[in-house]
Design a protein around this ligand. Structure first.
Ligand code: GLN
Length: 303
């Protein structure tokens, strides 16, 4: 038996459990079980394994096993967790976002690739580095940390209602070597009289009644608080947009991640609350993903 055979067995178990990217996930778990990089694994896939790892002898009887048996036991237990639909990122303990690694767990939403569109849109449009940016509902802190690191903005602030999330976000900022200010805040409640040039947010936006229909990885492992956008999914957009005027400088911009069917409603909320320059940006799948707008300048209001 070779590592390749173990990998294939793992893939089959995950496929049988309905895991979407079974081959990718099994490979990641095998790398973790054997402490190998992807390149190292590739070189070892066809090396014959210690017989203990193949069920030939009990691991306890093995004296000269090159780690194969321990790896096998770990791999089996990690595959079993993934087959129960625990997210890969929770098993590995981290997720990658914008080329940066973030610690994740049940207290924070796992960073999604879709959210990179939000960060990229801000980076493209906000070329002046001397601005203040607030990331509201920061969760793992991935948006704030990526904006600070890749955008180099002079002041980046991140807020969340959840203390445990903030503590993870704080660690993630430190581990990625970026300096961010953190505020414990229910929407703007803890923001005092602070005013920003830019407010970015990926708030909870799933309709309450849709949550039960999501994949088990999301429905059972992402914090419900980070998903649930109320009966119409718009609760947080409404609260943020209605109160943003007091915390945005004149001409300040807002950028929101949205669900694929929310562009119209969020644009309307912005329009109703005096925003202008409203645009919708699509993700790589061609779905509406980001809505942005600008608070009017005083001159635009009084002309
Ligand atoms: N996009 C996430 C999902 O698909 C939801 C993120 C959110 O509610 N902000 O589950």
């Amino acid at each position: 038996m070779k590592l390749r055979d173990m990998l294939n067995e793992g893939i089959e178990r995950l496929e049988a459990a309905g895991v979407e990217n079974a081959a990718f996930d099994a490979r990641q778990l095998l790398m973790r079980s054997y402490g190998k990089t992807s390149a190292e694994l590739l070189m070892e896939l066809d090396r014959p394994l210690c017989p203990g790892a193949t069920g030939g002898r009990e691991p306890a009887e093995i004296t000269e096993c090159p780690g194969d048996c321990g790896g096998r036991i770990t791999f089996d237990s990690l595959i079993a967790r993934r087959a129960k639909r625990e997210p890969l990122q929770h098993i590995l303990g981290s997720a990658w976002f914008m080329g940066m690694e973030f610690r994740v767990g049940p207290k924070v939403l796992i960073p999604r690739q879709d959210t990179e569109v939000l960060v990229e849109t801000v980076l493209e449009r906000e070329k002046d580095k001397d601005i203040s940016v607030l990331d509201m509902c920061t969760g793992s802190g991935c948006i704030a940390a990526a904006l600070k690191k890749l955008g180099g903005y002079s002041e980046v602030c991140a807020s969340d209602i959840d203390e445990d999330a903030l503590s993870i976000a704080r660690d993630n900022a430190a581990e990625n070597g970026v300096k961010i200010s953190f505020i414990l805040s229910d929407i703007f409640e803890g923001a005092g009289s602070l005013k920003f040039d830019v407010i970015v947010s990926n708030p909870p936006y799933i309709r309450s009644d849709v949550i039960a229909t999501l994949e088990p990885e999301v429905r059972e492992h992402d914090p419900k608080k980070a998903l649930d956008g109320g009966p119409d999914g718009l609760k947080f957009y409404r609260e943020i947009i209605e109160n943003a005027g007091a915390h945005l400088k004149e001409g300040g911009r807002v950028y929101f991640e949205i669900g694929f069917d929310q562009a119209e409603a969020v644009s309307a909320l912005l329009l109703d609350n005096g925003f202008t320059g409203i645009e919708v940006i699509k993700d790589l799948a061609g779905l509406d993903r980001v809505v942005l707008g600008r608070r009017r300048l005083c001159a635009e209001l009084t002309k």
